[in-house]
Design a protein around this ligand. Structure first.
Ligand code: PMT
Length: 402
C-alpha cells in the first residue's frame, strides 16, 4: 500500500477501550511507510500508556497543550502543519461532540482546528451511545464539515452489548487512511512534470547548478499520481526516491531535459517545477581546467543561453495546459506575471525564494498562483506535500474549465 509511503499521520488516541487497537494501528501505518506522531487525550492515557505508543511510533507522544517543553519541541501549530492526515482512533462520543462544536480544550482538538490536512475519525463506543440522537447529530455535522468517518463496525462489544460502535480493525483503518490520498481528479490524464536542478558542465569535474532539491516537483508528481493521472517526471540530479506509480526520467543538463520532455509528449498538463539553468558554458573543456598564470586570479567563462523548455512546449501545436513556476527574490508577483505572459502559460506559481523557510531545499513552501486574468490565489505555508496536493486540485479545476 504505497499510498501511505512517507505520509505524515498524526494519530489521535481518545479515551475508549478500543485504544488498545491503536498500538497495532501505529505498527500497520509504519509498516506501510507512514511516519506517525501520536497525540493522546487525558482519557486515552487511562487505557494505554504513552510509553507503548512512543516505542511503536519511534517518537515522543504529545500529551498536553500547555506544556512549554513539548511546545518548544513541536508545538500544536507545527503538528497541525506537519500532518498530511489527522486520524483519531478511537474517537469517543465525547471527542465527536467536542469536535462537532469546534471546541479546542486539549491538544488533540486544538490540532484538529489548526490543521489544513484531512481529518478522519474512527468512532468507538457503546451501541446505545452511537445510536443516541446527540451522537448522530454530531456525526452529521462532522460529515458536513468534510471530516471523514471510518466505521464504526458492528458486533459484540467490550461491555457485552451487540451492535454498531466497534472500532474498525487496524488494517481496515490503514486502508481507509490510504484511500484519503486518492482523489481521482485527474484519472485518464497524462501529466508531465519537471523537477530538480540542471547541471551544466564546465569541464569533466566541474559544473554550474543551483539549490533545487527536487522536493517540490516530486511532491507534485506524487500528488498527481494520487489524483489518478499517468505521471512522467523528468528530473535533474536529485537524491529522492521515485514516488509510487510515477515514471521517472533522469537527466543532467537543460538540453537533456528538453529532449526528455519532447520525447514524453503529448501530455494533457505540463507542470514545470524544475530550476533550469538559463545559461551553460559555450564550450565544455575536454580536460580538467588548470590554473593559468597568464589570466592572473581570474577565469572568464563564455556562457550561452539554454533552450527554454517550458516556452518551447507551450509553443507547440499540441500544446498542453501549461503551468510554470517563478522563483524570485524580489518583485515576486510582477516578475511572475511577466513570465506567464512571455512564456504563454495558463498558470504560474510564484515562489518567494528569498525566504529560506520556503522555496529551495526547504521542507515547506508558500506560493501564489496567478492566472491569465491576473487573479492571484494564495496557498499559505505548509509542507511541500500539502502544497502539492492543493496545487494539483487547483490545477485540475482550472484545466477542466479551460
Ligand atoms: O526543488 P526544491 O528545492 O523543492 O525547490 C522548489 C523550487 C524553488 C525549485 C520550485 O518551486 C521553483 O520555483 N521552480 C522554478 C525555479 C525557476 O528556475 O524559475 P525561473 O523563474 O527561472 O523559471 C520560470 C519557469 O520556466 C519555471 O517553470 C522553469 O521550470 C521554466 N524554465 C526556465 C528556464 C528554462 N531554460 N527552461 C524552463 O523550462
Amino acid at each position: 500500500m504505497q499510498r501511505l509511503y512517507r505520509k505524515r499521520i498524526v494519530l489521535g488516541v481518545g479515551g475508549g477501550i478500543a485504544a488498545y487497537k491503536s498500538a497495532e494501528l501505529v505498527r500497520r501505518l509504519r509498516d506501510h511507510g507512514a511516519e506517525v506522531r501520536v497525540v493522546m487525550t487525558q482519557g486515552g492515557r487511562e487505557f494505554i500508556t504513552p510509553l507503548t505508543l512512543q516505542a511503536l511510533s519511534g517518537h515522543p507522544v504529545h500529551l498536553d497543550l500547555l506544556d512549554p517543553a513539548a511546545e518548544a519541541a513541536m508545538g500544536h501549530i507545527e503538528l497541525a502543519r506537519w500532518a498530511d492526515l489527522v486520524l483519531i482512533a478511537p474517537a469517543t462520543a465525547d471527542l465527536m461532540a467536542r469536535l462537532a462544536q469546534g471546541v479546542a480544550n486539549d491538544l488533540l482538538t486544538t490540532v484538529v482546528l489548526a490543521t489544513n490536512a484531512p481529518v478522519a475519525l474512527a468512532p468507538a463506543m457503546n451501541q446505545a451511545m452511537w445510536a443516541d440522537p446527540a451522537t448522530q447529530a454530531n456525526r452529521e455535522q462532522l460529515l458536513a464539515r468534510g471530516i471523514r468517518l471510518f466505521g464504526p463496525g458492528s458486533g459484540s462489544q467490550a461491555c457485552g452489548d451487540i451492535g454498531m460502535g466497534r472500532m474498525l480493525e487496524a488494517e481496515e483503518l490503514a486502508r481507509a487512511a490510504a484511500d484519503c490520498f486518492e482523489t481521482g481528479m485527474l484519472t485518464g490524464k497524462h501529466l508531465l512534470i519537471t523537477a530538480g536542478p540542471t547541471q551544466e558542465n564546465i569541464d569533466p569535474v566541474r559544473y554550474i547548478t543551483n539549490h533545487s532539491s527536487g522536493k517540490m516537483g516530486f511532491a507534485l508528481a506524487e500528488a498527481a499520481a494520487e489524483a489518478g493521472a499517468r505521471v512522467t517526471l523528468v528530473t535533474g540530479p536529485v537524491f529522492l526516491p521515485t514516488p509510487d506509480r510515477v515514471q521517472r526520467i533522469d537527466v543532467v543538463s537543460a538540453r537533456d531535459m528538453l529532449a526528455a520532455c519532447e520525447a514524453a509528449m503529448p501530455c494533457d498538463i505540463l507542470i514545470a517545477a524544475a530550476a533550469v539553468a538559463d545559461y551553460r558554458p559555450e564550450v565544455v573543456a575536454p580536460h580538467k581546467l588548470k590554473k593559468d598564470p597568464s589570466t592572473g586570479d581570474g577565469l572568464l567563462l563564455q556562457m550561452v543561453r539554454n533552450p527554454d523548455i517550458l516556452a518551447t512546449l507551450a509553443g507547440r501545436t499540441d500544446r498542453p495546459f501549461c503551468v510554470g513556476f517563478a522563483a524570485e527574490t524580489e518583485n515576486l508577483l510582477e516578475y511572475a506575471a511577466r513570465k506567464l505572459r512571455d512564456k504563454n502559460l495558463d498558470l504560474i506559481v510564484a515562489n518567494d525564494v528569498a525566504n529560506p523557510s520556503i522555496g529551495f531545499n526547504s521542507e515547506d513552501n508558500a506560493v501564489s498562483v496567478i492566472d491569465r486574468q491576473q487573479h492571484e490565489t494564495r496557498f499559505g505555508q505548509a509542507s511541500k506535500g500539502h502544497i502539492a496536493r492543493a496545487l494539483v486540485a487547483f490545477i485540475a479545476e482550472r484545466y477542466k474549465e479551460s
